[in-house]
Design a protein around this ligand. Structure first.
Ligand SMILES: Cc1cc2nc3c(=O)[nH]c(=O)nc-3n(C[C@H](O)[C@H](O)[C@H](O)COP(=O)(O)O)c2cc1C
Length: 314
């Protein structure tokens, strides 16, 4: 615990993920924080541990037709369809501003529909300054393999992570899909294929129906569920994954308070991402950093990183 000249106390919130030092474990999650620059006026970006930008592909994508979002009990359904401006436009139009802001740790989230898509997108990003690491979104249908998700099949996961690791000139975080039977197996496969860290969970496959109109709530019919509704399942998956690997784990799924962060860390997470919470409060990420500072001082935790994996089971 550090005591300032005015007598106020502070704890050490710093963590290290995939060799990247972060001032605290709070990272804004992909798809819920634009390209970071859109939040510049609402959040002090350099107070966060880091931010993950919207998923990037080789070419720009328009995404799915509306409705694409629907609020459920304690959660949110989305089928945005991975709309994005494309990796090159990100490098040319967004990254220079993020670089100018200084002290902002930027993670680039990458996805594709074939292995070659992942490879070309990483090659475009490799040439740009100002990205700390890549987060590989494997919750995408592989169009060359009948649409099965890369992240739902151990062999496809191994192939895409091996290729990405060979291509990436930066640390590689593999973001796992929760739509699997054994998350521990997928975490292990990602590690053995070269991942420097894993992050989980992405959204759960779900759907909503309007009983009056008899129509689906989302034009795409099926969608991804996020928010507090998924927190207990995400927590269990982080716990199972962390036990299966030696690399750091970034946990997420329904986090909206400092206590939620602590729960994920005790279950084995080194850092966390905050997604849907930014939809109901755009300042959520920064508020959670403040809350976390207070939580640590109140609970006499001097070094937050020491809580990782500290679940008491007996
Ligand atoms: C509207 C929306 C868009 C998202 N887009 C992406 C994306 O582009 N890439 C990705 O890896 N995850 C994406 N996600 C998943 C989130 O990053 C996060 O994994 C998930 O929402 C669970 O965390 P949460 O409950 O805190 O939102 C998206 C989630 C939402 C709600």
């Amino acid at each position: 615990m550090t005591v300032s000249p005015t007598g106020s106390r502070s704890s050490d919130l710093s963590v290290t993920v995939a060799g990247i030092p972060l001032r605290n474990p709070i990272i804004a999650a992909s798809g819920t924080f634009g390209y970071g620059v859109e939040f510049e006026d609402v959040v002090h970006l350099n107070k966060l541990g880091g931010l993950v930008v919207k998923g990037l592909s080789r070419e720009p994508m328009a995404g799915n037709p509306p409705p694409r979002l629907y609020e459920t009990a304690a959660g949110m359904l989305n089928a945005i369809g991975l709309q994005n401006i494309g990796a090159q436009a990100f490098v040319d139009e967004k990254l220079p501003r993020l670089r100018a802001l200084k002290d902002v740790v930027v993670f680039a989230n990458v996805f594709g529909y074939t292995r070659e898509d992942y490879e070309s997108t990483l090659q475009i990003l490799n040439g740009a300054e100002g990205i700390a690491a890549y987060e590989l979104n494997v919750s995408c249908p592989n169009t060359a393999h009948g649409g099965i998700q890369f992240g739902s099949d151990p062999r496809l996961l191994d192939e895409v992570v091996t290729l990405a690791k060979r291509t990436a000139r930066r640390p590689l975080i593999v973001k796992l899909s929760p739509n699997v039977t054994s998350i521990a197996l997928m975490a292990h496969v990602a590690q053995e294929a070269g991942a420097d860290a894993i992050s989980l969970v992405n959204t759960f496959l779900a759907m909503g129906v309007d009983a009056e109109t008899r129509k689906p709530r989302i034009a795409n019919v099926t969608a991804g569920l996020s928010g507090p509704a998924i927190k207990p399942i995400a927590l269990r998956m982080v716990y199972d994954a962390a036990k299966a690997v030696k690399i750091p784990v970034i946990g997420m799924g329904g986090i909206s308070t400092a206590a939620d962060v602590i729960e994920f860390m005790l279950a084995g997470a080194t850092a966390v991402e905050i997604g849907t919470a930014s939809y109901w409060d755009p300042c959520a990420t920064e508020k959670i950093v403040d809350e976390l500072e207070t939580w640590c001082v109140d609970h006499k935790v001097e070094k937050l990183a020491e809580l990782t994996g500290g679940l008491v089971t007996e």
